[in-house]
Design a protein around this ligand. Structure first.
Ligand code: HGY
Ligand code: MN
Ligand code: MN
Length: 426
């Protein structure tokens, strides 16, 4: 039974990139990422899936028994269905954000095989690289470059905190930076993408439901604020003589909370870099990164404009590092999946399947923005917490998530009976 397969895959991942807090540090193009990519490749090989890596480094494992190749099937009007998510994490991230979608996708293949059925269109399990942007600062970098929403030039020049560029990291991971770029050949194969993901909130707990369908992703973005000052001695420099870069940063942090409250948004300044970073030296330079989101795009923009104006008065430089407009998932696809899930759950009413918006960005949102019909399934998280070791999903709900994904894939790939053991077509 694939719940056993799910459980064994889950325990195989448990220690990869685990840190003292009990959370995970799985950054793109690091040794931990390599271990995860090798694990994914082995699991796909074990299932006889045809693994291809696109120009960005995203891993696509295809199940297609023919006739012809995946590309032949797509050319013959049978565009593929892709399921999956990402394996990288934020620093101290939870176990479920990303991996739950990848493991559930592989377990879905197992369940279909156990049921003796095979897809009537090509089915892919995908692992998107660098979804969190934890190392190089741009979220969904793998799907953004794939779809042309992040240029390879900009991506290759990104640097991590040690000054290592994306290009150097790719090279160290054995990839040719010159290959990095949009990959239409890969995208053309994907007619529908469904990403299963742990819920990053408590709605399903309060609704008493294990799985929901996503409706939309809030507009959200990241801005870098650079505050300049003058290094000096913490003990011998009079206050009136100081140019303390930390003061502008402090105003940003408190201003972000104040203005977000006023404008019905959420704003976070979760990352800061200080130069020289000594307890007894007045900071000469402080960089703070603002993450701003909200249900209304114009409110988010107004929030950022107000904070940019305040910071500008101190001479700060502000650069927008990424912006994702409101993403509305394909409504017809979402309704279809609600019907499927309602039927699978024995309920007549699709309304029994909750629909949730989210403030979290996802590769499914990037693909939807690129015009690929996409959907998301959320699995209940009893803590409601994410991007933290406290992130959780009960094992029974993880298994329910697999069954939900199986039901969706069965519907989307209009399954045909698998060939009989002697190979004859059933
Ligand atoms: O930042 C996000 O919303 C996602 O977790 N990358
Ligand atoms: Mn995340
Ligand atoms: Mn995620």
């Amino acid at each position: 039974m694939s719940s056993a397969a799910f459980d064994s895959m889950w325990s195989a991942l448990e220690q990869v990139g685990r840190v003292g807090s009990g959370g995970y540090r799985r950054f793109a193009w690091t040794p931990e990422d390599r271990t995860l990519r090798e694990w994914f490749a082995a699991e796909c090989a074990r299932r006889g899936l045809d693994l291809t890596v696109d120009r960005v480094g995203n891993q696509w494992a295809w199940w297609w028994d023919g006739p012809g190749t995946v590309d032949d099937a797509v050319a013959a009007g049978r565009p593929g269905v892709a399921i999956g998510s990402h394996l990288d994490s934020v620093p101290d991230g939870g176990a479920f954000d990303g991996p739950l979608g990848v493991v559930s996708a592989l377990a879905t293949v197992d369940r279909l095989r156990e049921a003796g059925v095979r897809p009537d269109v090509p089915l892919a399990v995908v692992n998107f690289v660098d979804e969190e942007g934890a190392r190089f600062g741009i979220a969904c970098a793998g799907s953004r470059v794939l779809t042309g929403q992040l240029t390879p030039e900009r991506a290759l020049a990104l640097r991590d905190v040690d000054g290592t560029t994306y290009a150097e990291a790719l090279r160290a991971a054995g990839r040719d930076p010159a290959e990095l770029g949009p990959d239409d050949e890969t995208l053309r194969r994907v007619g529908t993408f469904v990403e299963l993901h742990v819920e990053q909130g408590r709605a399903l707990v309060d609704l008493g439901a294990p799985v929901a369908v996503a409706s939309d992703i809030w507009p959200h973005g990241r801005w870098r604020f650079d505050f300049s000052g003058e290094a000096n001695h913490a003990g011998t420099t009079r206050l009136e003589d100081r140019r303390d870069a930390m003061l502008g940063y402090a105003d940003l942090v408190l201003g972000a909370r104040h203005v977000a409250t006023q404008r019905g948004c959420v704003a976070t300044v979760g990352k800061v870099a200080v130069t020289p970073g000594a307890v007894n030296a007045v900071p000469s330079h402080v960089t703070g990164w603002l993450d701003a989101r909200g249900p209304q795009e114009d409110h988010v923009r107004a929030l950022v404009d107000e904070l940019t104006g305040r910071a500008g008065e101190t001479g700060a430089q502000v650069v927008r590092e990424s912006w994702t407009p409101t993403t509305r998932f394909d409504a017809a696809l979402g309704d279809r999946l609600r019907q499927v899930l309602a039927r699978a759950g024995g309920a007549a009413e699709p309304l029994s399947v909750p629909v949730l918006g989210t403030g979290a960005g996802h590769d499914a949102g990037i693909l939807a923005t690129a015009g690929v019909p996409s959907a998301m399934l959320f699995v209940r998280n009893p803590t409601g917490v994410s991007h933290s070791p406290a992130e959780h999903a009960e094992r029974a709900d993880c298994h329910a998530g697999v069954e939900a994904l199986v039901a969706c894939v069965r519907d989307l790939t209009s399954l045909r009976a698998a060939p009989a053991a002697d190979g004859a077509d059933a």
